[in-house]
Design a protein around this ligand. Structure first.
Ligand code: SF4
Length: 366
């Protein structure tokens, strides 16, 4: 394992965790099922080799934490439709242009003449709006609590500059509501959660406390380095040993109980909680961030209302079930056959943090 921080410590932790897991397995007669909610953790578990090292004792399931993957097909179709409007430019992050819509993706729309531009920051989209005042610039705002402060900063700049040709199509998601939704599903049997440290860095630990208080499920907020992940798993084992259930902050060097108030206050100025669509999960109440009514002139969904036909999902794609942790990519008939990173059928194969792309890169056995 590539323990960058401390090889000896990492090996010692791993050995101790294996012992604890073997004890747990002897007592329960089965593997432990843990969900890593966040796509960055999905990659880190595979890249570090921890998923492989613990495979005899732990069944890791990925959750709905990859922003590209959870973006609903209807929202992809809406961006494709917007991209065809004359005088309008769609801007978004790189991965999004390859996510298949019902008929094509944004890259194909661009090849056919639509003005689609990749940006690395929402502020770039604001700069574009300033540079090209004759065009309407729409930024597709995807991502969780971690990303949205940068979109709020872009809105602040657009407001300050008095821009009338910049708007945001907000499909921002909130982690805690979707986790609650998942945990209410009686089919999903989990023994613990590994919670995203970068989201908690913004929100604090507290919004996740319901995992233990309402569902009696142990959870650990962790970072992304190997020792962070092992520390989180070790904490879960401690909770099993004690017979307790709490949401531990195993990433205290980054995550504070109250989160990053400055960043969240900026978000709160422009956004409010609202119902948003999730791939595979449908419309979930208060599970995302929408623009506040006083900023609706910057809301692309208000400025450019669309009347779209129902979205078509790629036939046979199990992304919705992968995102709920119910199946693994291997269970999909397309995996590594008709669906590869070069020719993705579903979004979980597009994003570098998608579960299918991660399993394609690290977990294939043949
Ligand atoms: Fe969808 Fe491809 Fe993953 Fe299957 S392998 S679930 S088609 S992204």
């Amino acid at each position: 394992l590539p323990f960058n921080d401390d090889l000896a410590l990492g090996r010692a932790m791993l050995a101790r965790i294996k012992e604890g897991l073997a004890d747990w397995q002897r007592a329960h007669g089965r593997k432990l099922t843990l969900m890593e909610v966040c796509g960055t953790h999905t990659v880190a578990l595979s890249h570090s080799g921890i998923r492989d090292a613990l495979r005899p004792w732990v069944d890791f399931r990925s959750g709905p934490g990859c922003p590209v993957c959870v973006t609903d097909q209807e929202d992809i179709d809406a961006m494709l439709e917007l991209a065809t409007l004359p005088g309008l430019t769609v801007t978004t992050f790189g991965d999004m242009v390859r996510v298949p819509g019902s008929r094509r993706n944004l890259a194909q729309a661009k090849a056919a003449g639509a003005d689609v531009r990749i940006v690395y920051s929402p502020l770039e989209a604001v700069d574009l709006a300033q540079a090209e005042p004759q065009r309407q610039i729409v930024f597709m705002g995807i991502g969780f609590e971690t990303t949205v402060p940068t979109v709020a900063a872009a809105l602040r700049k657009a407001v300050e500059e008095g821009l009338e040709n910049f708007s945001v199509y907000s499909v921002h998601k909130l982690a805690a509501p979707v986790i609650r939704q998942l945990l209410q599903d009686p089919e999903l049997k989990l023994d613990g959660l590994i919670l995203p440290g970068h989201v908690a860095a913004i929100t604090g630990r507290r919004p996740f406390a319901f995992v233990a208080s309402d569902f009696s499920l142990p959870a650990a907020v962790t970072g992304f380095a190997e020792l962070d992940l092992l520390g989180g798993i070790q904490d879960l084992l401690t909770q099993y040993h004690e017979g307790s259930a709490r949401v531990s902050n195993c990433y205290p060097r980054i995550v504070r109980e109250e989160g990053n108030r400055k960043a969240w206050n900026l978000v709160d100025r422009y956004f409010t909680q609202g119902d948003v669509r999730w791939r595979g999960l449908g419309l979930l109440p208060d599970s995302g961030l929408v623009l506040r009514p006083e900023y609706r002139r910057f809301d692309a969904q208000q400025r450019f209302p669309l009347n779209l036909p129902p979205a078509h999902l790629p036939p046979g794609c199990l992304c919705g079930e992968v995102l709920k942790g119910k199946v693994l990519p291997f269970d999909c008939r397309h995996f590594a056959k008709s669906c590869t990173p070069v020719h993705p059928v579903g979004p979980c194969m597009v994003s570098g943090e998608g579960t299918c792309a991660t399993y394609y890169k690290y977990e294939r056995r043949e």
